[in-house]
Design a protein around this ligand. Structure first.
Ligand code: AMP
Length: 301
């Protein structure tokens, strides 16, 4: 719940509130200490920028649930295992600032790589079985990089609630576990995936798709919905996997990297879906050069 004085203040200034942009750890720490002294609840949305409606949904939740919303924009080099992917990652800080101003976000933390990594980090964080499947299997070192930067950001920003998107389900599960295992003082919350009108999960990487390929990529979410229905009706994981493989075998610009059906919170494989409460059906597809991921949840019991 927002405190009353901040509620009044935000009603008065509406969307006209100034966005404060901070680049140094020292300056954001100073700001955070002053909010904590005033007992204001801090919401935090870590991003890599090139903002779209998916990111803005996370910001909206934070603005609704907390007093002060801090968004970070930092394209984290340690989570990219492909230097081309890092180089081609879309960046548009001017547009991002406008979107954040309109969203009601209070603070943008936009540090340089040197500010976050003054030295090459030596700390390694591994997640055992949680990174054996899906993204962890295909993007070596990815979650070590994600965990490093998220740990740094959570230590710097000290939020009451940090918001993550369902689109990156494995990331959400790993950050949640990281926070529990290391006793971070932040609640880790997920926000459902925001989609284009054709169902494609919004992603900064979608900017790199031609409009034709964007249309074709609608098959990703479409096939996930059908797979979910088939799993509910058949309880047969193998059949569902074959179904997805058949769909993508017929696509020439879309190539399937993985499709997994696993328990949603522990990321365990299972024999019989009837013994599981929540399942995640997760997919990664290359649309030409662009790597797209998506998932749906299936609640059974
Ligand atoms: P990124 O900038 O891609 O690192 O994403 C920052 C945060 O926004 C992550 O927690 C993502 O899961 C989340 N996010 C990205 N795309 C979407 C989407 N389409 N819907 C909801 N959340 C999203």
């Amino acid at each position: 719940m927002k405190s009353n004085n901040v509620l009044l203040l935000s009603q008065l200034c509406g969307n006209l509130c100034m966005l404060k942009v901070l680049n140094s750890i020292k300056s954001i720490r100073r700001e955070v200490i002053s909010y904590h002294r005033k007992n204001l609840k801090i919401g935090f949305v870590p991003t890599m920028g090139a903002l779209h409606k998916g990111h803005l949904k996370l910001v909206e939740e934070s603005v609704n649930e907390t007093d002060i919303t801090i968004v970070s924009i930092f394209v984290n080099p340690t989570q990219f295992n492909d230097s081309n992917d890092l180089k081609n990652y879309p960046r548009d800080i001017l547009k991002d600032k406008i979107l954040l101003k309109e969203s009601g976000c209070h603070i943008l933390f936009n540090p340089s790589p040197e500010e976050i990594y003054p030295n090459k980090p030596e700390t390694q964080i591994s997640f055992g079985k949680l990174e054996k499947e899906m993204e962890g299997k295909y993007r070596e070192g990815h979650f070590n990089g994600v965990a490093l930067v998220v740990s740094k950001l959570l230590n710097i920003v000290q939020p009451d609630i940090a918001y993550f998107g369902q689109k990156d389900w494995q990331q959400y599960i790993i950050i949640k576990r990281l926070s529990e295992d290391l006793n971070f003082n932040s609640k880790i919350k997920f926000v459902p995936t925001v989609r284009e009108t054709n169902g494609l999960a919004m992603s900064s990487r979608n900017q790199r798709l031609t409009s034709d390929l964007k249309e074709k990529s609608a098959v990703i979410y479409d096939s996930l919905k059908k797979a979910k229905k088939l799993l509910r009706e058949s309880n047969d994981v193998k059949l569902v996997k074959e179904f997805i493989e058949t769909i993508f075998a017929d696509e020439n610009q879309l190539s399937l990297e993985y499709f997994e059906v696993i328990e949603a919170y522990n990321l365990d494989r299972f024999e019989d879906p009837r013994e599981v409460e929540t399942i995640v059906l997760a997919i990664a597809v290359y649309a030409d050069e662009v790597r797209l991921i998506d998932n749906v949840l299936l609640e059974l019991n």
